[in-house]
Ligand binder design. Structure first.
Ligand code: SF4
Length: 463
């Protein structure tokens, strides 16, 4: 561990020890102000020490148009050339103080009333979540959009693919607005529709010609009528890829239902190709008893994804080479360190973490699973959590009688989600009042229709 990381780890440990000592006071509603240290801000402008990249202390409009995703966990991830770029934000907003922005957002929300609903993702920064009408994961928020026919517009404080899903599930006359177009998802962008189409053509050339050992016929189905490959995409993917799955007998999954969805797929296909998160695919398949040797990795820039035809024929799950820049930071070393520092600690991680981390943890599951584990924890328990820092901090705030900390000592938020700053929210809301719809995210007819098919298959899939 580097000396800065060591310093931060010790500081965090000291904060946690203070919090633990103060738990009875907090429970009695007498928390002294200095004990609020248990929740560390993501980026302190004064020191820059609390984030994994001090550039995160810059305002988002200063980095929105830089090439790349900018500072933080997704630094260095390749960005597709056609990724949306945010235009300049008027000076009225970039020059405003926090107090002014708060005043403008509060006033705009009051004026817009039920006409506009603000949706905030669990990983969103607190300065935004405090204005949200609904807080949840991407699918919960898309459903919230569907369940509120009275709203004319949803301001989606998440990332691009989430706003697309909300648009697909909401009615055509409801607008879904992403306050900052630079809020993408580096994982979703790791699988483009052109790459996926190319992968499919190559897979069909190897698996769809009746040459596999299981007796596949010329149409590509086997004796049981199963397709050679079923495409499955994680919710964290573009609408174009969801539509691809809908068109090709495939389905969408979330981190909560990935196993159910894979069972659905294996009832209809001999194999699965899983986009774009290799870790969720691998962790889920391993939990179902599938061995790593039956899970080749598809690298989109190589012929046959870098595999032989035989490896693909023997595969059960073909994993796309994508990952979440936030969750791939968690390591087995961090778990060992947490166990050494806090004997009895319970380690819970998200299944977007690499397989060795999931295996070394005491439990792994979706954001909702993590939330429920924290809710049900016994007072005084110590929990080390491997997921995005904003959520971890919020869980600690909600359960001050527990000691909760992020496994990664050098705190790293989802830097694309972090692009939604209150200045963008104020601009969006005031534009709506002026009758404009800035940054409206729309998914066109055929793509929306086929995406809906894949989403509906997911909703109908039962364990
Ligand atoms: S946490 Fe990871 S998967 Fe989620 S939006 Fe951020 S980069 Fe994408």
């Amino acid at each position: 561990m580097s000396s800065v990381a060591e310093l931060l780890h010790r500081a965090a440990a000291a904060e946690r020890a203070l919090a633990q000592a103060a738990a009875p006071l907090v429970a009695a509603g007498r928390a002294p102000v200095e004990l609020q240290l248990t929740t560390r801000p993501i980026a302190l402008k004064a020191t820059g020490l609390s984030s994994c990249d001090t550039a995160l202390t810059r305002d988002p409009w200063a980095i929105d148009r830089d090439p790349g995703y900018g500072p933080g966990a997704s630094t260095g991830d390749p960005v597709p050339g056609d990724a949306p770029r945010q235009g300049p934000l008027p000076e009225r907003y970039t020059e405003a103080s926090e107090a002014q922005l708060d005043e403008w957002i509060t006033a705009a929300k009051a004026e817009l009333g039920d006409r506009v609903s603000i949706l905030g993702h669990f990983y969103q920064r607190d300065e935004i979540v405090k204005y949200a009408d609904f807080v949840g994961d991407s699918f919960m928020l898309a459903q919230a959009a569907k369940q509120h026919p009275e709203a004319e517009a949803f301001v989606f404080c998440g990332v691009h693919f989430m706003a697309e899903t909300a648009d697909i599930l909401s009615s055509p006359d409801q607008a879904v607005i992403l306050p900052n177009l630079a809020a993408g998802c580096s994982m979703a962008d790791m699988a483009t529709i052109d790459q996926v189409e190319q992968c499919w053509d190559e897979l069909m050339s190897v698996l769809g010609d009746g040459t596999d050992a299981a007796g596949t016929d010329a149409a590509g189905t086997d004796g049981e009528g199963k397709q050679p490959v079923i495409p499955v995409t994680y919710m964290n993917s573009s609408a174009a890829i969801k539509a691809f799955c809908g068109r090709n007998g495939g389905i969408v999954c979330t981190s909560s239902n990935a196993e159910t969805v894979l069972e659905w797929a294996f009832a209809r296909g001999q194999r699965v190709v899983f986009f774009p998160d290799q870790h969720l695919g691998r962790n889920t398949a391993k939990a179902m008893g599938i061995s790593e040797s039956e899970m080749p990795l598809w690298r989109p820039h190589l012929a046959l994804g870098g595999n032989t035809a035989e490896e693909l024929r023997d595969a059960k799950v073909i994993l796309w080479n994508g990952f979440c820049s936030v969750h791939k930071r968690f390591t087995v070393d961090q778990i060992e360190r947490a166990r050494a520092d806090y004997p009895g600690v319970r380690v819970i991680v998200h299944p977007e973490c690499p397989a060795p981390v999931v295996e070394a943890a005491d439990g792994a599951g979706s954001t909702e699973y993590i939330r429920k584990q924290v809710e049900a924890a016994a007072p005084g328990e110590v929990l080390a959590i491997g997921t995005e820092i904003n959520l971890v901090n919020r869980l600690q705030q909600q359960r001050p009688d527990l000691t909760i900390f992020c496994l990664d000592p050098v705190v790293c938020p989802c830097s694309t989600m972090y692009r939604i700053h209150p200045a963008y929210l104020a601009w969006t809301l005031e534009s709506l009042i002026a009758g404009e719809q800035p940054n409206r995210i729309t998914v066109d007819g055929a793509v929306a229709e086929h995406s809906r098919v894949a989403l509906e298959r997911m909703l109908a899939a039962k364990p």
